[in-house]
Design a protein around this ligand. Structure first.
Ligand SMILES: CC(C)(COP(=O)(O)OP(=O)(O)OC[C@H]1O[C@@H](n2cnc3c(N)ncnc32)[C@H](O)[C@@H]1OP(=O)(O)O)[C@@H](O)C(=O)NCCC(=O)NCCS
Length: 371
C-alpha cells in the first residue's frame, strides 16, 4: 500500500474491497483511547519489556481533555470507522534561553499491529507537523526508548550520521520502594535481584520535626509555586515555561496527581509533584513518577523532609518504585540522599523544530516532563 502523503486520506485496495484510511482528530472518550493504546503496547511488549498501563483518567488529565483545541493534538488514523493508530501531544509554553516559544510534548505513537510497516508512522508525523505549522507551534519534544532490544521505537539512522532531532540520550533516577514485590515484578532476573539487594536502603525514614511544614498543595499556593519554579529553571537553556493555568493543571488537575508543598512561617519554600501509574512487568506494579521537584530555596534537611514525605505517600498508594527523568533539573545530592540511583541512559530526547531551528547543547540542563 502506498499512502498519500499530501492528503489526510488515502485509499487502499485489499482483495476486492477498497478501504479508506483517513487521519482525523481522535473521536472517542479518554477510556476508548486507553482501550486502544494499552492493548497495542501490551501486544507489542508483554513479557518482553516493561510498559505503562495508561487509563482513561490518565489521558483525561494528560491531554487536558476539555481544553479547546486539545483534539487537534490527538491525531488518529481510521480504517473506515476502525481506529488503527494514534499520536498524541499536549501544548506547552517553553523557554529557549530568553525566548518564549510555543511547543508541545508528544508520545503514544501506537499502530495496530495489523497496519504496521506501511508508512503510517511517517504519515502521522507529517500530519502533526502540518497541524503545528498551522498554529505556529515551533517545538516537538518526545522520547524514543532504546533500553530494550524489543523496543519498536524509532532509532537514529546510522547511515546519515547524527540526525538533528536526536538531541541527547537521557536516563532516569530510580528508587526502589518495595524491594520484594519489585524483585518479583521485574522482567530481567538481574533487575529483580538488584531490587532485592537494595532492601537495606529502601525503608523511607519516619516523619521528623520538619514534617509539620509539609502539606498538600491548594489553589492558593499556585502563584507562589509559579514563582518558585520559574526561579528554579531561569538559568536553563531549554525549559517548560510554567504559568498559572498550566501549573494549576499539572499540580491540581486530576485525582491521579499529588502535590506537596513545604510551608514555613506562612511562606511556601518548595514543592514536589508526582503521579502513580501501573507499569506492567511480570504483573502490573505501581510506579511513582516525579514530574516536578522544586527545592532550590530549601536547606538540605528541609528538601529531604519534602522528598521523604512524597516517598511515604507513594508507598501508601502501593508504589513499588519511583522514577524521575535525569535532565539536570534537580540536585544530584538530594537524589542520592533520598536513595535514588542514576540508571544508564535508555531513551533519546527528540527536539524537532517545526519552523526555526535552535541549537540546544546536548549537555545543558533542561526542565521537561517525561512521557
Ligand atoms: C513504533 C511503531 C509505531 C512503528 O510502526 P510501523 O508501522 O512499524 O512504522 P512505519 O513502518 O509506519 O514507519 C517507520 C518509519 O516511521 C518513522 N517513525 C517511527 N516512529 C516515529 C515517530 N514517533 N515519529 C516520527 N517518525 C517515526 C521511522 O523512522 C521509520 O522511518 P523510515 O521508514 O524512514 O525508516 C509501532 O511498532 C508501534 O505501535 N509499536 C508499539 C508502541 C511503540 O513502541 N511506540 C513507539 C513509542 S516511541
Amino acid at each position: 500500500m502506498t499512502l498519500n502523503e499530501t492528503d489526510d486520506s488515502c485509499g487502499e485496495v485489499r482483495g476486492e474491497a477498497a478501504i479508506m484510511i483517513r487521519l482525523d482528530d481522535f473521536q472517542g472518550t479518554p477510556e476508548e483511547l486507553a482501550e486502544f493504546i494499552t492493548p497495542v503496547w501490551k501486544e507489542s511488549y508483554q513479557g518482553r519489556m516493561v510498559y505503562p498501563d495508561w487509563t482513561g483518567d490518565f489521558f483525561r488529565w494528560q491531554m487536558r481533555w476539555d481544553a479547546p483545541d486539545s483534539r487537534r493534538h490527538m491525531i488518529a488514523a481510521y480504517d473506515d470507522d476502525r481506529l488503527i493508530a494514534t499520536l498524541l501531544g499536549t501544548s506547552f509554553s517553553f523557554r529557549v534561553r530568553s525566548e518564549q516559544i510555543r511547543g508541545s510534548l508528544w508520545s503514544w505513537m501506537s499502530i495496530d499491529p495489523e497496519y504496521r510497516g506501511r508508512g503510517l508512522a511517517t504519515l502521522l508525523d507529517r500530519d502533526r507537523v502540518r497541524r503545528l505549522q498551522d498554529e505556529k507551534t515551533d517545538l516537538i519534544v518526545s522520547y524514543r526508548y532504546f533500553g530494550s532490544r524489543h523496543s519498536l521505537a524509532e532509532q537514529p539512522k546510522r547511515s546519515n550520521g547524527r540526525p538533528k532531532k536526536f538531541n541527547r540520550t537521557i536516563g532516569l533516577w530510580i528508587r526502589v520502594l518495595d524491594p520484594w514485590t519489585m524483585g518479583r515484578w521485574a522482567l530481567k532476573a538481574s533487575e529483580g535481584w538488584m531490587a532485592r539487594m537494595s532492601f537495606p536502603l529502601t525503608p523511607v525514614p519516619n516523619p521528623g520535626k520538619l514534617d509539620g511544614c509539609v502539606r498538600p498543595a491548594t489553589e492558593q499556593d499556585l502563584p507562589r509555586c509559579v514563582e518558585l519554579i520559574r526561579e528554579e529553571t531561569s538559568g536553563m537553556v531549554l525549559s517548560l515555561d510554567w504559568g498559572l493555568d498550566s501549573l494549576r493543571h499539572q499540580l491540581l488537575g486530576s485525582p491521579l496527581v499529588t502535590t506537596l508543598v513545604f510551608e514555613r512561617a506562612g511562606v511556601i519554600e518548595g514543592f514536589v509533584n508526582f503521579h502513580v501509574l501501573d507499569w506492567v512487568g511480570r504483573f502490573a506494579g505501581k510506579v511513582g513518577i516525579f514530574d516536578l521537584i522544586v527545592t532550590g530555596r530549601l536547606e538540605s534537611r528541609a528538601a529531604l523532609t519534602l522528598m521523604n514525605a512524597a516517598l511515604r505517600t507513594m508507598v501508601a498508594k502501593g508504589a513499588i518504585l519511583t522514577v524521575k527523568v535525569r535532565a539536570g533539573d534537580v540536585p544530584a545530592s538530594l537524589m542520592w540522599r533520598s536513595h535514588f540511583v542514576p540508571k544508564p541512559a535508555d531513551s533519546h530526547l527528540i527536539l524537532q523544530w517545526v519552523s526555526k531551528n535552535r541549537e540546544i547543547p546536548s549537555r545543558s540542563p533542561t526542565h521537561l516532563l517525561w512521557r
